[in-house]
Design a protein. Structure first.
Length: 87
């Protein structure tokens, strides 16, 4: 008997993928953080019958919530980059 939960699948658009890559390149997300964001996106938007396209407008609030929970936004590069990335 298979009791595993069905996998919820997403596919990022090019813009969404580039945002995550840019955040990783700037050092705001490490590989584990990117994985956490992808899991959150899959949980929120994914479907079990095939991948659902996820665009930058859906990725931004999930990434912002993740960063607010895990990073100090008061100073540093993320504080400087926050406006251009999320507004």
């Amino acid at each position: 008997m298979n009791t595993a939960m069905p996998t919820r699948q997403i596919q990022l658009t090019g813009r969404a993928s580039r945002l995550l890559q840019m955040l990783a390149d700037f050092g705001h997300l490490d590989p584990a953080s990117v994985d956490s964001v992808l899991v959150a996106l899959s949980s929120q938007y994914g479907a079990t019958n095939g991948p659902v396209m996820v665009d930058i407008a859906q990725v931004r609030p999930v990434v912002a919530a993740f960063l607010l929970e895990t990073r100090d936004l008061a100073s540093g590069a993320l504080a400087e980059d926050w406006g251009p990335l999320f507004h």
